[in-house]
Design a binder for this molecule. Structure first.
Ligand code: WTA
Length: 664
C-alpha cells in the first residue's frame, strides 16, 4: 500500500458523520429498515437457492430451471437448464403485461439544434421491440448466428442500445468497445473474440466535435482481416470511406428488413456478452457473462439499490456512464429495462454546450434516480456551485456513485449541493467481473457514512480476510473477498482458463478475490482502501500499469519504462511514467517535445485514459539489488512525497535524487 493510500485510510478512520435514510423515503422503499435488510440478507446467504428462485420467478422463462445452482469452484451454473431471453425480459414481457406504449428509453443528443433546443427521442416498449427486431433480422441477414461474437463500437446513440438488445434477442454475444478506445484496442478485441462483424457509427459527438469512429475501425481492420462485415450508423455526417462488399449503411440494411423476430430461447448459461477490462498484465481480459444469472442479479440490484418503482409515472432513471463500460451494460440497459423503468441515455460530454449540462438535463427530464462517478463529482465541485444553483433539481430522490472510492468531501458536496440533504447516496462497489452491485447502501434501509460503500448486497457474502482466508478484526486492513457464488459472477476470461483461475481464485483459497483492499468498521460498514494489484483507477476506469509500459516501450525512443499511479485531484489517480531512453536524455524544449510525442504515442495505442500525466526521463530505474523495480519508491516520487523509506537496498541511490529533482 502506498503512503498515500494509508493517508486516505487515516482520514476515513476519523469519519463519524452518519446519514440515516429520510423517514419519508424509507416508508415507501422496497427495503424499509436496517432490520429488514439484515433479515433478508441473512436468509439470502443462508438459503440462496430459495432466495434466488423467488427473484427469478419475477421474470419470464420459456422453460423453468431444474436446479438453482451447481457450484464446482470456480465454475458456477445458475438456473440450470432454464430457458430465457434477456431482451424478451427487457421488452416483450412488459408489452405482454399491457405496457407497450409506456416510455422505455429516452435519449438526448449532445449538440443543440439551430433553435438552441436539443434532439430528444422517446422509445416506448413497442418502438423498441420493432427497432430491435428489425435490426436483429439485419444481423441474421449478414450471417450472424447464435453464439457468434458481434463487436460494437459506437457512440451513445439509441442504436447502440438497439444493437445490443438485438444481439441478446438472437443469442449473439456482444463485445462492446468503448468509443474512446483506439484502433489497436479494436484490433486486439476483434482478434481475441474472433469476431467477424463490427457495428459502428460514422462518428460520435464529443464536445461538439465528431470522434471519427469509422476511421478508427478502418485503421484497425488494416491490422486484421478477420472482419467480413461492418455496419455503419450515420450520426455525424462526417466523411467516411465505405469499402464495397464489407461496409454497409445501417439505414440501407434496416429499410428492407422485417420487424418480426421472435426472441430466441437461450439456455441460462449461454454466453450473453464479453466485455474487456484491464488487468495486471498487458493484455485486457475478456470477461464472460452468461444469460440468466446476469439477468436475475442486475434485475434485483437495480430494483433495490435505486429503489426503482415501475408504477410511479414520475420515475426517470439516469446513469451518466458510457454503455462501453459494465456500468452502462448493467445499469443503463439490462437491469433498468428489466425493471420497466424509463432509462435516460445522454450522448455527450458534461460541459457541452456549458458546464451546467447535467443539471439542465435533470431539470428538464425530471430525473428521479441519478448515477454517476466520483471523478465527475469532483469535476463539478471544481466548476462551482453556481452551475447547479441555476437549476431545479427537486425531482431527484436517490443519488448513486460508482467506479472508485469516493472521498468524503466529494460525498458531502453531492449530498448537500445536488441532493439538498434529502437524497440517500448509494456508493456502489462492484466490478466488470461481478456483473452487478456487490457492496452498497440500500437507500431506504442503510445509514450511510461518507466514503464507505457500506453493506453487502442482498445475496452477497462479502468479508475482509488475510491471505489465509481468516477474517481480520474491526478496522484492520485486509483483502476483500466474496465467499459464496452469486448469479452474475463472471464465468471466465474468454479463451484463457488459466488466467481466470490465477487472477481471481488463487490468492485466497476457495474465495473470489477482486484485488481490492478493504476494512470493515465497528458498524459493519465496508471501506475500500485501493487496488492490491497493478491496476490504476484513472477517472474510475481501470488501466493496467503493464499496458502503459508496453505502449511506451513500443516507441522507438524508449528502452524501458515503469508506470505507477499517483493521487490526482479530479481523476482520483493519474499515470506517472519513468522512462529510460535508447539514446541520451534530451534537455529543455527537446525533452518537452519527446514527452509530448510519447504521450501522443500512448494515446494512439490505448486511448486517452492510459496517457501519462507525468513523464520523467531517467538513466536507470531504482531497483533492489535483486533487480526488482521499487514501485513504492516510484509512487512516492510521483506523488511528490518526502522519501522516508529505507533506500539502502537500492543499487544506486543517486537515481532517486535525480528523479526527485526532475519533477513531473
Ligand atoms: C473500483 C466498475 C471503491 C474497485 C463498476 C473495483 C470502487 C474496480 C467502487 C472495478 C466503489 C468500483 N468504491 N472502489 N464504489 N466501484 N471500484 O471493472 O477497485 O470498471 O475493483 O467496474 O473499480 O472497476 P470496473
Amino acid at each position: 500500500m502506498s503512503s498515500n493510500e494509508s493517508a486516505t485510510t487515516e482520514s476515513m478512520l476519523q469519519e463519524s458523520r452518519r446519514f440515516p435514510p429520510p423517514a419519508a423515503f424509507a416508508e415507501q422503499a422496497h427495503i424499509k429498515s436496517p432490520e429488514e435488510y439484515a433479515a433478508l440478507h441473512k436468509r439470502s446467504v443462508e438459503d440462496p437457492d430459495a432466495f434466488w428462485a423467488e427473484v427469478a420467478a419475477e421474470l419470464h422463462w420459456f422453460d423453468k430451471w431444474d436446479r438453482v445452482l451447481e457450484w464446482n469452484l470456480p465454475d458456477a451454473k445458475w438456473f440450470v437448464n432454464g430457458k430465457t431471453n434477456l431482451c424478451f425480459n427487457c421488452i416483450d414481457r412488459h408489452i405482454e403485461a399491457g405496457h407497450g406504449d409506456k416510455v422505455a428509453l429516452v435519449w438526448e443528443g449532445e449538440v443543440p439544434k439551430d433553435d438552441g433546443s436539443f434532439e430528444i427521442e422517446r422509445y416506448t416498449y413497442n418502438d423498441l421491440k420493432r427497432e430491435v427486431s428489425t435490426f436483429a433480422n439485419v444481423l441474421k441477414a449478414r450471417g450472424v448466428k447464435k453464439g457468434d461474437v458481434v463487436t460494437i463500437y459506437m457512440g451513445m446513440v439509441p442504436q447502440l442500445a438497439i444493437a445490443m438488445l438485438a444481439c441478446a434477442r438472437i443469442g449473439a454475444p456482444h463485445s462492446i468497445i468503448f468509443g474512446g478506445f483506439s484502433a489497436q484496442a479494436i484490433c486486439d478485441r476483434v482478434e481475441d473474440g474472433q469476431s467477424e462483424i463490427i457495428i459502428t457509427c460514422d462518428g460520435s459527438w464529443r464536445r461538439g466535435k465528431p470522434v471519427p469512429l469509422k476511421q478508427n475501425v478502418d485503421d484497425a481492420l488494416k491490422m486484421t482481416d478477420r472482419v467480413k462485415n461492418v455496419i455503419v450508423y450515420r450520426r455525424c455526417n462526417n466523411d467516411v470511406q465505405m469499402q464495397a462488399g464489407r461496409d454497409h449503411w445501417w439505414h440501407e440494411l434496416d429499410k428492407d428488413a422485417s420487424d418480426d423476430c421472435p426472441a430466441e430461447p437461450m439456455d441460462s448459461e449461454d454466453l450473453l456478452f464479453i466485455l474487456y477490462t484491464s488487468g495486471s498484465t498487458g493484455k485486457p481480459k475478456g470477461i464472460m457473462h452468461t444469460t440468466a444469472g446476469y439477468m436475475v442479479h442486475t434485475y434485483l440490484t437495480s430494483k433495490l439499490t435505486f429503489d426503482l418503482k415501475p408504477d410511479d409515472p414520475d420515475e426517470m432513471y439516469w446513469c451518466t456512464a458510457d454503455i462501453g463500460w459494465i456500468t452502462g451494460h448493467s445499469y443503463i440497459i439490462y437491469g433498468i429495462l428489466a425493471n420497466r423503468v424509463p432509462t435516460l441515455m445522454y450522448e455527450g460530454g458534461p460541459n457541452f454546450p456549458a458546464e451546467d449540462r447535467f443539471w439542465d438535463v435533470i431539470e428538464r427530464q425530471k430525473v428521479t434516480k441519478f448515477y454517476t462517478a466520483p471523478t465527475a463529482i469532483r469535476t463539478f465541485m471544481k466548476w462551482g456551485d453556481s452551475h447547479v444553483e441555476k437549476h431545479d433539481l427537486s425531482s431527484l430522490k436517490v443519488l448513486g456513485t460508482v467506479g472508485e472510492p469516493i472521498n468524503p468531501e466529494a460525498w458531502m458536496w453531492y449530498h448537500r449541493v445536488i441532493g439538498k440533504e434529502n437524497c440517500p447516496i448509494v456508493d456502489t462497489w462492484w466490478q466488470t467481473e461481478t456483473g452487478g452491485h456487490m457492496l452498497t447502501p440500500l437507500p431506504g434501509a442503510t445509514t450511510t457514512t461518507p466514503g464507505s460503500c457500506c453493506k453487502p448486497m442482498i445475496g452477497i457474502d462479502a468479508a475482509v480476510v488475510n491471505s489465509e482466508g481468516e477474517e481480520v478484526g474491526t478496522n484492520e486492513g485486509g483483502i476483500l473477498v466474496i465467499r459464496k457464488p452469486w448469479p452474475s459472477m463472471l464465468r471466465g476470461i474468454y479463451g484463457d482458463r488459466e488466467r481466470f483461475i490465477d487472477t481471481y481464485w488463487s490468492k485466497v483459497e476457495g474465495m473470489y478475490c477482486p484485488a481490492d483492499g478493504a476494512r470493515v468498521d465497528e458498524d459493519g460498514n465496508f471501506w475500500i482502501t485501493g487496488r492490491i494489484d497493478d491496476v490504476i483507477l484513472v477517472a474510475g476506469h481501470n488501466i493496467g500499469t503493464m499496458e502503459v509500459e508496453s505502449a511506451l516501450v513500443s516507441h522507438d525512443a524508449v528502452a524501458e519504462a515503469a508506470v505507477v499511479g499517483f493521487p490526482h485531484d479530479v481523476k482520483g489517480n493519474g499515470v506517472a511514467a519513468f522512462v529510460i531512453l535508447r539514446g541520451a536524455i534530451p534537455q529543455g524544449d527537446e525533452a518537452d517535445a519527446l514527452k509530448k510525442a510519447l504521450t501522443k504515442h500512448v494515446r494512439g495505442e490505448l486511448g486517452p485514459i492510459g496517457q501519462p500525466d507525468q513523464i520523467r526521463f531517467t538513466e536507470a530505474l531504482p531497483k533492489t539489488r535483486s533487480g526488482k523495480i521499487m514501485r513504492r519508491l516510484l509512487r512516492d516520487i510521483a506523488a511528490g512525497n518526502e522519501i522516508k523509506q529505507d533506500t539502502t537496498t537500492l543499487e544506486d541511490r543517486t537515481i532517486v535524487d535525480k528523479l526527485v529533482a526532475q519533477g513531473g
